[in-house]
Design a protein around this ligand. Structure first.
Ligand SMILES: NC(=O)C1=CN([C@@H]2O[C@H](COP(=O)(O)OP(=O)(O)OC[C@H]3O[C@@H](n4cnc5c(N)ncnc54)[C@H](O)[C@@H]3O)[C@@H](O)[C@H]2O)C=CC1
Ligand SMILES: O=C(O)[C@@H]1CCC=N1
Length: 279
């Protein structure tokens, strides 16, 4: 299987790292191109042994699967730059937040097989939480192939296309929320007099341990939390203060805002497409 990446940023790198690490396909069968940053392409070639090129035609002409991995705002230009060289026997996999398979098909001006996906950057260590959905010209076999690719670099689940906005708000952006919590806990640990290195180690191991507990025990988050919380103890005081600060509600607002932003980004590009402009 030959895979082309249009876009060579954080998400493309995370998927490439996962594919190479898990030996999903030969590194020589992965081709990466971007807008203009040659040094970035060279860095990826050195780091992962993949092929890179500035020639869009060369990048896509023999690819079985083409990943669209540019920013949503660059989707139109990126797609138009490969559009003349793409045919319906190639499978398009989009990681673009917010942008519907309909819009992608329209930009290609062809009835292409499109699978939309929402992975996250933990793909780099084969721990992505990915959801995928099928465009109207894609087959169940296409969905299975992409499911297999993403399953090799983490968990992959199939959803209705419209649910990808919520997935983006929850698990696409999710790693950033967890890093935010990690930063806040590290800062708080320093304020209590712990050394930076000690704080970092304790916080990351606490996150790892809690994540494994969620996955490996059959207990819900509420039960696990209750198990930590001794009556009248430290956790109870801490959680009570988080409740006073409405942290749970803050997460609801955060995920609602991110989900809405995904919809907005899709609408913005659909609007520009109608107007025939790229900016
Ligand atoms: N970063 C993340 O955690 C996640 C990102 N995504 C999606 O992945 C996509 C890429 O995001 P990042 O990797 O974070 O962005 P990034 O800014 O790190 O990389 C974007 C890449 O696209 C390239 N590019 C821009 N215009 C292009 C064009 N006309 N032709 C070819 N390449 C072009 C840039 O040169 C760059 O290599 C976005 O659509 C985003 O919604 C999805 C899930 C998670
Ligand atoms: O922030 C973004 O728009 C992208 C989509 C999900 C994660 N990063």
């Amino acid at each position: 299987m030959k895979i082309a990446f249009i876009g060579a940023g954080s998400m493309a790198e995370a998927i490439i790292a996962g594919l190479v690490k898990q030996e999903i396909c030969d590194r020589e069968n992965i081709v990466v191109t971007n807008k203009q940053d040659k040094s970035r392409l060279e860095a990826l070639a050195t780091r992962y042994g993949v092929k890179t090129t500035e020639d869009k035609k060369w990048a896509v002409q023999d690819a079985d699967v083409i990943f669209l991995a540019m920013k949503p705002k660059d989707a139109r230009d990126g797609i138009l730059s490969i559009q003349p060289f793409v045919s319906s026997d190639q499978l398009i996999v989009s990681v673009l937040a917010g942008i519907s398979s309909d819009v992608i098909e329209q930009l290609f001006q062809q009835d292409l097989r499109v699978i939309r996906s929402m992975p996250n950057t933990s793909a780099a260590i084969a721990l992505s939480a990915t959801a995928i959905a099928k465009g109207k010209f894609a087959s169940n076999e296409d969905l299975e192939l992409v499911h297999a690719i993403f399953s090799a670099i983490g968990l992959c689940t199939i959803v209705e296309e419209d649910q990808l906005h919520a997935v983006t708000g929850v698990s696409g952006s999710g790693p950033a929320y967890i890093y935010y919590i990690a930063e806040a806990m590290e800062k708080a640990a320093l304020a209590q007099g712990l050394d930076t290195e000690v704080a970092k180690k304790l916080v990351s191991q606490t996150l790892i341990g809690a994540a494994h507990m969620l996955q490996e025990t059959n207990k819900g988050a509420d039960v696990l939390r209750a198990e930590v919380t001794s009556p009248g103890g430290t956790t109870q005081r801490g959680i009570s203060l988080l409740n006073d600060l409405k942290v749970s509600e803050a997460f609801e607002t955060c995920i609602d805002g991110a989900t809405k932003r995904s919809r907005e980004m899709g609408e913005e590009i659909a609007e520009r497409l109608k107007e025939g402009t790229s900016n």
